[in-house]
Design a protein around this ligand. Structure first.
Ligand code: 5RP
Length: 223
């Protein structure tokens, strides 16, 4: 199995968690694209989807799955999304696709965050993957300096504008021993929209695709 096969395997298991007649929270990325494709097969059993990006919205709409405004939703049983890294406490780095802000908003509404990954995303310590930070354009230089003071090496993601019209700084060189604290500290910098640490609201269930099958890991806080 190659990495894409593993992503697909995790995504297809996530379909089992879609509740009949419910609205589904949908993330962004190549792993989630397999989940969206799988939703087509159960289209009649879902009321619609709340999406975390224009890209996912377009895929959902193309399959005839209604895309619902988050403001019209109070009950979102599950949010399904990938990750760039996930640690043993189900903290994640996300935002490789640049959709971190909308992902974090939709995840906050959902009762259960289901993370779908291939095994390469599992790490002991977050930070090898550069941490994405969404920044208002006028604050770029300020935020770069503040991130350097926190020990990181921010690099502007070139030729990239988020769905919200902002920039992404990818922060290299962080070894993230205290993810909740760092998530909060970065979000305190004026001009930061949000950062790709999902620690304050981590995953509840990890569907981890390995060569031997898809493992289901329940977070301690959800057990
Ligand atoms: C997008 C994300 C993705 O979930 C993350 O980048 C993983 O992507 P992929 O499934 O393509 O490996 O956070 O903003």
């Amino acid at each position: 199995m190659n990495q894409n096969d593993l992503k697909k395997a995790a995504a297809l298991v996530a379909l089992e968690y879609v509740e009949e007649g419910s609205i589904v929270g949908v993330g962004t990325g190549s792993t989630v694209n397999h989940f969206i494709a799988g939703l087509e097969g159960i289209r009649d059993r879902v009321a619609g989807a709340v999406s975390s990006s224009e890209a996912s919205s377009a895929r959902l709409a193309a399959l005839g799955i209604p895309v619902i405004d988050l403001n019209d939703v109070t009950d979102l049983p599950i949010y399904v999304d990938g990750a760039d890294e996930i640690d043993g406490d189900f903290n994640m780095i996300k935002g490789g696709g640049g959709a971190l802000t909308r992902e974090k908003i939709v995840a906050e509404v959902a009762t259960r965050f289901i993370c779908i990954c291939d095994a390469s995303k599992q790490v002991n310590l977050l930070g090898h993957f550069p941490l994405p930070v969404e920044v208002l354009p006028m604050a770029r230089a300020l935020v770069e300096r503040k991130l350097q003071q926190l020990g990181g090496h921010p690099v502007l993601r070139e030729h990239f504008i988020t769905d919200n019209g902002n920039l992404i700084l990818d922060v290299h060189g962080l070894r993230i021993a205290a993810p909740t604290e760092l998530e909060s500290a970065i979000n305190q910098i004026p001009g930061v929209v949000t950062n790709g640490l999902f620690a304050r609201r981590g995953a509840d269930l990890l569907l981890l695709a390995t060569a031997n099958g898809v493992e289901r890991h329940v977070a301690r806080h959800s057990a």
